[in-house]
Design a protein around this ligand. Structure first.
Ligand code: UDP
Ligand code: MG
Length: 249
């Protein structure tokens, strides 16, 4: 693995049905509530599951909370990254450890409701490669919503990903394997899933406003990430020499 990470505690389940991968950066306030809601919904549906938290070198003390959750719950695993590598890369590190039949990616700040996971997983059983939680609701400022919709529309035109797709997504093992094969240093998970050319769908899910703290994405960070993603998709699709891995179909 390129980015050094310490596995504080592996989960003990052999073959969980669901793996939930959560990148974490300055989200200490929501971690207990996130775990409790995940546990409640997944257990009530009878799913075996693991939750893999990836601490993206958060400067606060949230690792203490993650370690406590892992000590007290055999379903929780923690990866502790040496340096901050950003949400998408942190997710990719987590995906390498995920062993579930279905793998779900979600944010740590409770904007993505854990209660939507059973619907995403049910839909996945219909044979699609990935089911996105199609973003609904007034979960951020009108300006951010507008620019985000424009960006998503462009991404849909370029790589066929559903126009309401965000990074809250359920995937089968084959899709995870494809993502891990991309071998890019600046990944965008949503664009990469689109570029697999596998069958994708979204189902509407109301996203919540952030209950605490502020987004890790400033205007410029979003802008830069958006531009790099568009450039990456164009290069991937139209300049095959740029590809470091085979097309995954
Ligand atoms: N995140 C991360 N590394 C970073 C920035 C963010 O792992 O450098 C995680 C963060 O903890 C959260 C997710 O990425 O789980 C989305 O971040 P945020 O909620 O700040 O973004 P937004 O919802 O505004 O897109
Ligand atoms: Mg958020």
């Amino acid at each position: 693995m390129k980015n050094k990470s310490n596995l504080f505690a592996g989960t003990t389940l052999q073959d969980p049905y669901i793996s939930v991968v959560v990148p974490v950066y300055q989200n200490r306030e929501t971690l207990y509530a996130l775990f409790n809601r995940l546990h409640q919904v997944l257990q009530s549906k009878g799913f075996s599951y693991e939750i893999i938290f990836v601490n993206d070198a958060s400067p606060d003390d949230l690792l203490v909370i993650l370690e406590k959750l892992a000590r007290e719950n055999s379903q929780v695993g923690v990866l502790d990254l040496e340096r901050n590598i950003g949400q998408n890369q942190a997710v990719l590190v987590g995906l390498r450890y995920a062993r579930g039949t279905c793998v779900v990616i979600m944010d740590a700040d409770l904007q993505d409701p854990p209660e939507a996971i059973p619907d995403l997983v049910d839909k996945l059983q219909e044979g699609t490669a990935a089911v996105f939680a199609g973003r609904r609701g007034q979960y951020e400022s009108p300006f951010r919503l507008f620019t985000s919709r424009l960006f998503k529309k462009l991404l849909q035109l370029l790589c066929g990903v559903p126009e309401d797709a965000g990074i809250f997504v359920a995937m089968n093992r084959h899709t995870v394997k494809c993502l891990l094969g991309f071998n890019t240093t600046r990944p965008s998970i949503v664009a990469m899933i689109g570029c697999t050319q596998l069958p994708l769908v979204s189902i509407p899910v109301v996203r919540a406003q952030r209950p605490s703290g502020i987004s890790a994405y400033s205007f410029w960070r979003r802008f830069k990430a958006g531009l790099l993603t568009i450039a990456w998709v164009i290069a991937w699709k139209w300049f095959p020499g740029f590809r470091t891995s085979k097309r995954c179909e």
